[in-house]
Design a protein around this ligand. Structure first.
Ligand code: FES
Length: 113
């Protein structure tokens, strides 16, 4: 049996208009849990894994931001991370980083580099 050709073509993570501004969205890519954060023109993608305990950050689907919507927040112990580079700036893993996945926008879609 042959595999459909679509299985070999790069697939976008999501459409840009699926990301609220500001907003965040959980994503699956090749079996790996990721999430995207949008703030204006800036979109960043990280692995959905808190450096404190190695667990997913969100308790509520697609909610990765704090109440100010300016910082990424881990729901378990409240660590706060900068959306631009994933640095933890407060909480039990201060100074650690989320794992960033380089990405770009093309044709209104979000792609991993
Ligand atoms: S598991 Fe994320 S702050 Fe503890």
């Amino acid at each position: 049996m042959t595999q459909p050709i679509d299985d070999f073509l790069p697939q976008p993570l999501c459409r840009l208009d699926e990301l609220a501004d500001p907003g965040s969205k959980g994503l699956m890519h090749q079996g790996q849990a990721l999430f995207a954060v949008r703030q204006g023109d800036q979109v960043t993608v990280f692995e959905n894994r808190c450096p404190h305990r190695g667990i997913p950050l969100e308790w509520v689907q697609d909610q990765f931001l704090d109440s100010s919507e300016r910082l990424i927040q881990c729901a378990t112990h409240g660590a706060l991370f900068l959306p631009e580079n994933g640095e933890c700036v407060a909480g039990p893993c201060a100074g650690a980083y989320l794992t960033a996945r380089p990405c770009h926008i093309s044709n209104g879609q979000l792609w991993l580099d």
